[in-house]
Design a protein around this ligand. Sequence first.
Ligand code: FMN
Length: 319
Amino acid sequence: MPLPPVLARLPLPIIGSPLFIISNPKLVIAQCQAGVVGSMPALNARPASQLDEWLAEITETLAAYDAAHPDAPSAPFAINQIVHRSNDRLEQDMALCAKYKVPIIITSLGARTDVNDAVHGWGGVVMHDIINNAFARKAIEKGADGLIAVAAGAGGHAGTKSPFALIQEIRQWFDGPLALSGSIASGGAVLAAQAMGADFAYIGSAFIATDEARASEAYKQCVVDSNSDDIVYSSLFTGVHGNYLKPSIRAAGLDPDQLPESDPSAMNFGGDAKKAWKDIWGCGQGIGAIDAVVPAAERVARLRREYEAARARLCGLGR
Ligand SMILES: Cc1cc2nc3c(=O)[nH]c(=O)nc-3n(C[C@H](O)[C@H](O)[C@H](O)COP(=O)(O)O)c2cc1C
């Protein structure tokens, strides 16, 4: 199946994934101008009315950039909607996305036909994130256009499946747009995702260590200084399993290697979640590849160089 036009014209097959608290218009704009899809959760705009201002800023800045760079226009942007019952802003945020005709909506934690229909109504595309094949089938049945396979080692809420298993299973029956997420932080890994059968690499943690990211300097430096040994998988903080930086858990007075399980009914993405995510730093296992805090454009430029070098190396091998 050909990719929807909005996703087919990307200069690099990368989607900068939404990061709770951290993504903001500055990061989204920098990602899009660098040639990758930039995204942010609608819930990062607080109060809710701020989303209107942020969407105006993103659409106007990118339109001006495209007018000045007709030969190399920006990549499209995406807004993430948490489709979970604890999100009492969904309707209001969707109305603003309709007002600005947001090109791509990323839905998480629940698939809903009415949300997908609304996005299609303004000509947008829906990518839904899943951690297993059963959720993937449900999302497509409910009208999502594409899937984001969140494999083991992804930052934030993550699954436990090998990326090979997930992509192989999904590609048995689905030939639409498919992104792979989980520990991708180098251009070679982006090419590997494509070789496996994904169309896009979905990259989050690598963008925490950028100038534009709305994270504390200590958090950014911790991403630079850490590697996969410093990541722990726990459900304690939001009720859903996710990957977190151990140093932030120690700083909160807990032993990251002895964490209790949480009560799933405590799952919450409102104000309490914001408090938890401010102190307990979400992060994927792929950060061993990140060695400095740089502008987002520089991170993308390096991914591009590595991606092209990996392609050339494989072509040189005659593959
Ligand atoms: C700090 C942090 C916050 C995140 N917040 C969200 C979010 O609000 N919504 C969402 O769909 N995914 C969220 N994610 C998951 C990412 O969008 C993505 O799946 C993940 O970062 C990819 O794995 P990687 O970090 O190893 O690149 C978050 C991830 C991190 C690290």
